[in-house]
Structure formats: C-alpha cells, structure tokens
Design a protein around this ligand. Structure first.
Ligand code: PMP
Length: 378
C-alpha cells in the first residue's frame, strides 16, 4: 500500500540539494551552514556529566513547555532585554519558526520575506499562511516600497534576518530598521527577527529590532552557532501573553524541549562560558572569511565584503546550477542562489559558506570556484 501524503507536503519538498553527498570524495564543502565542530568548547562534556550526576533521574523528566525558568533567566541576562515570562525555549530556532507559524498565522494571512531568504523557514510559513510575498533584498537594502505595497494589501508577519542575513551576510542599518518598524506600526504587522548570527559579527551592529520595536517584534535566536547545534536549543523572546500562547501550542507539539540539554545550556551560561565560546568562534570563522575574501579580491570578482558569520554572497555572472556541476568536478561545492529565492530569481548568484572549511580550504575553494566560472564563460 502506498501511504498518501498531504497536499501540505509539497511545501517541504524544497528540492534542497543533497549537501552532505557533495562533501564526499575530497570535495571542499562551501555549501552547508553547519557549525565548525572545533567551536564546541570541550568544557561542555564536563558540564553534561556534572548535570547528570547532580540532577540524577530528574534531568530526564518532562519539562515546563515554556522552558526551564533558570534557563529563561539566563537567556534574558545574556541578551539584555525581555522578561523570563516572555521567553519560550524551543527545539532549535527551527521549531521556533514552526511555532510562530502555527500560533500567529491564519489560513488567510500573508507573510512577507526577504528575497533571498533562509529557505528552510519557508515551509513553516507556507504551511500556515495563504501567501508568502517576496520583498527584494539588494546590496542597497530591503525594497521598502515593495514592503509598503505588500502591507497595503494586508500583511500579518514580516520575516527578517537583520544581522548577518542568511544567505547574503548583509546587516540592516539603523535607519532601515527604523523604517521597517514604522511601516509595521502604520500597517499593523508583526516583525519576526531571526538572529542566529549576530554574536559572530566582527564590527559593531545596530541595536536588534526587538530593542527598537518592543512588542512589534518577535525575536528568535539559537545556541546552535554559539554553544553547540546538537543541544537543539533555540528561544523566542516576545510579550508574556504571546509567550504563553506559544507555550500552549508547543505543549501539543513537542511537550517540552528536553530538560537535559536545557540544564547543560543554563550551566554553560551560568559559568560565563559564552564569552569564551563566542570569541573563539568569531575569530575562527573570521580567519576563514578573510582568506576567502582575499582570494576573491585577488581574482577581481566583485562581492559585498562580509562582516562576520559564515557566508559570502556573490553574483558569478553565469548560471550557478550549471556552475555547480563544473565546480564539483573541480572539487568545490556551494549553494546556487535559486535555492534561497522565493521568486525563482538569483539564478546567477551563489552562497559560499566557510563554516565547514579550514582556512586553506577556504582559499583553495575560491580558486577552484573562479576556475569553474572561467571554464563556463569560455
Ligand atoms: N534560522 C536561520 C537563519 C538559520 O541559518 C538556521 C540554521 N541554519 C536556523 C534558523 C535554524 O537553526 P537551529 O534550529 O539549529 O537553531
């Protein structure tokens, strides 16, 4: 018997290329955005063992749907805004995206997203909303006229990554942030600020949208890039009322985030290890980004210089799906731009990630990429 899939399943068929299979056979993997394992501090092993010893079987019970109070307090202390009652701990920020869709979107609602955007966020929005509206994002910024036109028709949520955007690495200026919030006030929509990468910035960032916009903004973040992705700990910071609604929905989704990893994260923060962890990760990724940037500059390719994080976004001037085939033959993988596009555009753009390379591989990967571009242009 064939088990029938729902019509919603189509939203999950994002045709994401098999990134892991590309990495095989000595191919330099500049495709994936998986954190460098050497950024996970070895101290986490001792913390995990101590937590298990101290808490015993209770560490393996169900937990509070909203998240362990001690972790919510640590999160507020770390971020410097919000209230523990307005925090919801999620199974990675990926669950946060789904909970936001489930809790705040009705089947007649529209969601606006940056184009290009983090494509794995789209299934959450497409499943619960009626429309996903792409708002062009260029080096000059988000198309505010386009956003206003979409808002006039009716918008429930705007999904943004204002700091080190995935895939472009771009940072929204303070003026842009304020202009977006003004539109949100005028047209009464909510801004979802997805912020996994800001701790990895090497230059000072404008204040987060949540600080600037208060209740208008639902802030979403994660410990995946700063402590360890396998903890599967993300969090939402919002109003107390919205947080209890989200926790209600979460109780019917995953009941609770596993207490054991919440206890480990809380102890990690309590010991003040975040500063060390973030400084190390920031430095490591920056060395790799700088090596890739230098190699790109030497080759004369124009691109927006990154200010931290994992990614460089560039226009290769040739079809990047065709380019990928040539690049794989030479030994380097990247993500073609089309995967990040809601409008089917960005066909000559690509995202390269340094998260899984060494410094030498980042440099060599760029050289191979340039060779692949030249081989196609010939
Ligand atoms: N949002 C963005 C922009 C991301 O890049 C990622 C991870 N690649 C996530 C959310 C999800 O991360 P996690 O579930 O590990 O917190």
């Amino acid at each position: 018997m064939r088990v029938k899939l729902s019509e919603r399943y189509a939203h999950f068929d994002t045709k994401v290329p098999d990134i892991l299979s590309w990495a095989r056979g000595g191919v330099i993997n500049m495709a994936g955005g998986i954190p460098d394992p050497s950024t996970i501090l070895p101290e986490i092993v001792d913390i995990a063992m101590e937590v298990v010893k101290q808490r015993g079987a209770s560490a393996f019970q169900y937990g509070d749907s909203q998240g362990l109070p001690e972790l919510r307090e640590e999160i507020v202390r770390l971020k410097g805004f919000g209230d523990p009652s307005g925090v919801v701990v999620t199974v990675g920020s990926q669950e946060g995206l789904d909970l936001i869709g489930k809790t705040f979107l009705g089947s007649h609602d529209a969601v606006a997203v940056e184009d290009p955007t983090y494509f794995v966020a789209l299934p959450a929005f497409k499943t619960y909303a009626s429309r996903v509206v792409p708002i062009p994002l260029t080096e000059e910024g988000l198309d505010l006229d386009g956003l206003e036109a979409a808002a006039r028709v009716g918008l429930r949520l705007l999904y943004l990554m204002p700091s080190l955007q995935n895939p472009t690495g771009r940072v929204m200026s303070l003026e842009e942030r304020k202009a977006v919030l003004e539109l949100a006030e005028r047209y009464d929509f909510q801004v979802v600020e997805d912020d996994p990468y800001s701790p990895l910035a090497v230059s000072e960032l404008p204040p987060s949208m949540a600080r600037l916009g208060g209740d208008r903004v639902i802030h979403l973040s994660t410990f995946s890039k700063t402590i360890a992705p396998g903890l599967r700990i993300g969090f939402i910071i919002t109003t107390n009322e919205a947080a209890s609604a989200l926790a209600n929905v979460k109780s019917a989704t995953t009941i609770s985030t596993p207490p054991i990893t919440q206890l480990i994260a809380a102890e990690f923060l309590r010991r003040g290890l975040m500063v060390k962890s973030v400084e190390r990760a920031r430095r490591l990724y920056w060395e790799k980004l700088a090596a890739a940037s230098e190699a790109l500059k030497a080759s004369g390719v124009s691109f927006q210089e990154p200010v931290g994080g994992f990614f460089i976004w560039l226009n290769a001037g040739v079809d990047t799906e065709e380019l990928l085939r040539a690049a794989l033959r030479l030994g380097v993988a990247f993500m073609p731009g089309r995967f990040f596009s809601v409008s089917g555009g960005f066909t000559t753009w690509l995202r390269m990630s340094v998260s899984q390379t060494t410094v030498g591989e980042a440099r060599r990967g760029v050289k191979l990429l340039i060779e692949a571009i030249e081989s196609i242009k010939k």
